[in-house]
Structures are given as structure tokens and as C-alpha cells.
Design a protein around this ligand. Structure first.
Ligand code: GTP
Ligand code: MG
Length: 464
């Protein structure tokens, strides 16, 4: 059952620090739509057990038939997150939020912080890349999905380059880990090396295309900006999850444990000491504390050895869901992993803690969004996220656009017009809210705030 209402979504729109707008981008078939199902399932729109198989975001008949995304599809989701999972920036916003947060009613728990996630699942196929362009324009963050076996591919680079060019902050999800355990039976060290390569390749692309006006946006597993998992089976984790498990056990601070679980860190079980030197006999912490336990659990479930997996689940305090008691093999593995390491939980933590809210992103994205003078009234309104005060703002839904030098061309789309035109009717007042517009061609910026004139008179003319 859907666990939020339209009213909640509407109300959240006024809490701009608690909004995250993101696109899911990747090479074709790397599992964007499948992974998105986990978040949709967590929001209660589809059953959790069906997450991964439904591909809810592939809404069109031809998309479902061809198992390929053709159009970008957006969805707004409402989630509440426990304060204990909030980090630095988000925690501060939570504290500001709760100061006058008394205004926000109906939280499921008093220490929860509500979030509105506007998510767009984009196609990976090169033929539909204009859909990615349109999606990136209206979002502030990108969830980059990389197949852990195929690694970073041509289209991964193309869409990531586009995202960085638009000053969209990325987070990374290394996907299809189930294949490593069930199909390829890779050893821990080889798997680690392939994950490391994926992370490094993404960082090389980010560094290559990042401009000086953009914030630092490299991704590193110890920072919590990289997640790993299987969208198909609905499980996933980031270092946070395992650091939480092991920090208490080793008496190490949470942040320090996050650092130790990635890179050249080895634990010697005999001496009970940590080292950064590989003597050829020790396993790196990632393999020892993360990879091996998952591999052992997968093996025990797939080989139907309840005495082993029940013992492990008891230690992990994981209960087999009621609807999975009779299952065996892969279906059982899927439900157990979903319960132990829910993908939605780690994705949400990454999205909330590491992607910017519009309040943070608009100041540095304004240059990208508005090509007019950066000190005029429009630019200031964009930077300050003022809903009123901009000379004009046009929202277009379900349409794409092409930028031709100084011209912005909007293809047939539904336009909604909010005009704040000084001294008289706005030239665009002919555009009616919700009306289908056949053609629009507009010089950008159309409005000159210095003398109040339009730079071109033919603000609107047919394209054909
Ligand atoms: N083994 C495995 N297969 C997966 C996983 N995620 C997706 N797949 C499979 O990969 C194929 C593509 O999945 P999609 O979710 O449609 O991929 P996509 O990135 O949305 O594809 P496009 O939108 O067309 O670019 C499907 O056959 C999925 O079943 C995963 O975690 N593990
Ligand atoms: Mg897709």
C-alpha cells in the first residue's frame, strides 16, 4: 500500500532543504529501472517482493515488451529518515528543520526527518540520449549505475560527462553483485579489484569534465557516496551499514571504521592488529568483513544448508520474512538479502546525505540554467530559489528542448506560465496553463530586466 499521500508530497514542496531531485543514469542495461524498483517498493507503490521484476518506471507497453527504457519517467516519493542516519549537512538541516518543524505534522516518529525525492529514470540507449539531457536539466543530482561485471562503458562516460557539464553531483551504485556470487563465483580480491576499477574510472571522468565553478564531487566508498548491490534482488549496502556493525565490535569510531573497510587495510586475526601492508597472507578488510560474509550466506542458502544460514541470520538478527518461510534457492536468497541489506535504505542514505537540495545547488547551477547576466533579477531569483520575483518562468512538462546557440527551442509540450511582468501583460500571456502548445521558439534570455524589453520581437513562431 502506498505509504504517503498527495498532500504530504505537496506539503514537502515548501521544505526546500528536504527536497532531492535526481536522475538515474547509466549505460544501456546496467539496471537503472530495476534498481529504481527498490525505492518504489520502499515507498509502498509496489510490493517489496516484486521489486526488481516489475520495472515500474518502464510505464509504456513497448518499454515493458522490449525490456528497454525509451522515455525518461519521473516519480515523486515521500520518505522519512531517522535522524541517526543523517550526516553533517543533512543533520544541520534537520536541526534547523525541527526548530520550526513543529509546523510539519504527522511524522511517523519524532526523530524522523521527511524528504521529498523527485526521481527520473532515464534511458541508457544512445538513440534516446536527448531524454537524458532533458532529465539532467531539471535535477541536481545523479545516481550513476555501473554493472560490476561490465564496468564503466561508453554510454556511462557520455551521460556522466553530460551530468558533470550541467554541474549535477553524482553518487555511484555498483550493480549486479548477485552475478559475482551466483554466476561467476569470483574470489574476494578479484571482485574488489573490479569494484575499485569502476570507482576509479568514474572519478577519472568526473575530474576530466569538472569545471572550477563546481563543488568537489568525487565518489569514494569510505565517504558513503558509493553503494554496492543487486537491483534485481533488491539488496544493497554502503560502508555505513557495515561500519555500524563492526565499529562497536572493534571499539573503533564509526568514521574510522568506514575508512578501514575500503582500500589497503588488512586485519590480522592472530595479532588482532590492523595493517596497511599486504604480506600476501592477509585478506583486505573489504573482503574479510563484507565480501566473505555475503558470499558465505549466499552459498549456504543456494546449497540449502539451513543449519549454516540460520546461525548466521541469528547473529545478524535477521528474521526470515513470513512470506519466505517455504521458499528455497534464489527466491529465498532474494527475500533474506532484501531483509538484511535493503537496497532502498542505503540508496536513501546516499541520496539524502550526499546529493544537494535545490537550495544548495541553484547558486552554482544558475550559470548553467540561465545564460543571461548573472547579476540580473532572473539570475538572483534562480539563485535564491524565489518562487516569486522572477520576470517570467516557464515550466515545461514532458517536452524536450534543443539549444541552438543563444536560442532555446521548446518542442511541443505542455507549458505552464507564471508571469510577473512589470507594467503590463507578459508577451507570453497567450500561453495558457496546461494548454498544449504546438510550437514555441524563444530567444534566451527573452526578457531584458534593464529596459524591460524583449530582445527579439518574434518570441514565438511556428516551427513548421
Ligand atoms: N543479474 C542481475 N541482472 C540485473 C540486475 N539489474 C538488472 N538486471 C537485468 O538487466 C537487464 C536490464 O535491466 P534494466 O533495469 O531494464 O536496465 P536499464 O539500465 O534500465 O536499461 P535501459 O533503461 O534500457 O538502458 C534486465 O534483464 C534485468 O533483469 C541485477 O542486479 N542483477
Ligand atoms: Mg531502464
Amino acid at each position: 500500500m502506498v505509504n504517503f499521500t498527495v498532500d504530504e508530497i505537496r506539503r514537502m514542496m515548501d521544505y526546500r532543504h528536504n527536497i532531492r531531485c535526481l536522475s538515474v543514469i547509466a549505460h544501456v542495461d546496467h539496471g537503472k529501472s530495476t534498481l529504481t524498483d527498490s525505492l518504489i517498493g520502499h515507498a509502498g507503490i509496489i510490493a517489496q517482493a516484486k521489486a526488481g521484476d516489475t520495472r515500474f518506471m518502464d510505464t509504456r507497453k513497448d518499454e515493458q515488451e522490449r525490456t528497454i527504457t525509451i522515455k525518461s519517467t519521473g516519480v515523486s516519493l515521500y520518505f522519512e529518515m531517522d535522524k541517526k542516519y543523517l550526516e553533517k549537512g543533512s543533520l544541520k538541516t534537520y536541526e534547523d528543520f525541527t526548530k520550526d518543524g513543529a509546523k510539519y505534522p504527522d511524522l511517523k516518529a519524532p526523530d524522523n526527518s521527511p524528504y521529498l525525492i523527485n526521481l527520473i529514470d532515464s534511458p541508457g540507449h544512445v538513440d534516446f540520449s536527448s531524454e537524458v539531457t532533458a532529465a539532467l536539466r531539471v535535477t541536481d543530482g545523479a545516481l550513476v549505475v555501473v554493472d560490476c561485471v561490465e564496468g564503466v562503458c561508453v554510454q556511462t562516460e557520455t551521460v556522466l560527462r553530460q551530468a558533470i557539464g550541467e554541474r549535477i553531483k553524482p553518487i555511484l551504485f555498483v550493480n549486479k553483485l548477485d552475478r559475482i556470487f551466483l554466476e561467476l563465483h569470483m574470489d574476494g580480491e578479484s571482485a574488489y579489484q573490479s569494484f575499485r576499477r569502476a570507482v576509479e574510472s568514474v572519478n577519472v571522468i568526473i575530474e576530466t569534465y569538472k569545471d572550477d565553478g563546481f563543488v568537489d564531487c568525487q565518489v569514494h566508498p569510505p565517504d558513503g557516496t558509493v553503494g554496492f548491490g543487486s537491483g534485481l534482488h533488491g539488496w544493497g549496502f554502503n560502508m555505513n551499514k557495515f561500519a555500524e556493525m563492526y565499529a562497536a565490535k572493534f571499539g573503533v569510531a564509526h568514521e574510522k571504521m568506514m575508512q578501514k573497510l575500503w582500500g589497503d587495510n588488512y586485519f590480522n586475526p592472530k595479532t588482532k592488529k590492523w595493517t596497511t601492508r599486504d604480506n600476501g597472507k592477509l585478506k583486505r578488510a573489504f573482503v574479510m568483513f563484507i565480501f566473505d560474509p555475503i558470499a558465505k550466506l549466499c552459498e549456504a542458502i543456494m546449497e540449502d544448508k539451513p543449519e549454516i544460514f540460520n546461525k548466521m541470520l541469528e547473529k545478524l538478527q535477521v528474521k526470515i520474512p513470513k512470506d519466505a518461510q517455504e521458499l528455497k534457492g534464489k527466491p529465498l536468497l532474494k527475500r533474506i538479502m532484501q531483509t538484511w541489506l535493503p537496497a532502498a535504505e542505503s540508496l536513501l542514505q546516499m541520496i539524502v546525505n550526499h546529493l544537494p537540495s535545490p537550495v544548495e545547488s541553484q547558486p552554482y547551477r544558475c550559470e548553467q540554467l540561465y545564460p543571461g547576466p548573472q547579476d540580473d533579477v532572473s539570475a538572483t531569483a534562480i539563485r535564491q530559489l524565489r518562487p516569486q520575483g522572477s520576470p517570467h518562468d516557464v515550466h515545461f512538462q514532458n517536452g524536450s528542448y534543443i539549444r541552438e546557440g543563444p536560442l532555446l527551442r521548446l518542442w511541443p509540450c505542455v507549458l505552464r506560465n507564471h508571469c510577473h511582468w512589470p507594467g503590463g501583460p507578459h508577451p507570453w500571456s497567450r500561453l495558457r496553463p496546461g494548454r498544449q502548445e504546438r510550437s514555441v521558439r524563444e530567444e534566451s534570455p527573452a526578457y531584458c530586466p534593464h529596459d524591460g524589453s524583449l530582445r527579439r520581437t518574434d518570441a514565438r513562431r511556428p516551427l513548421w
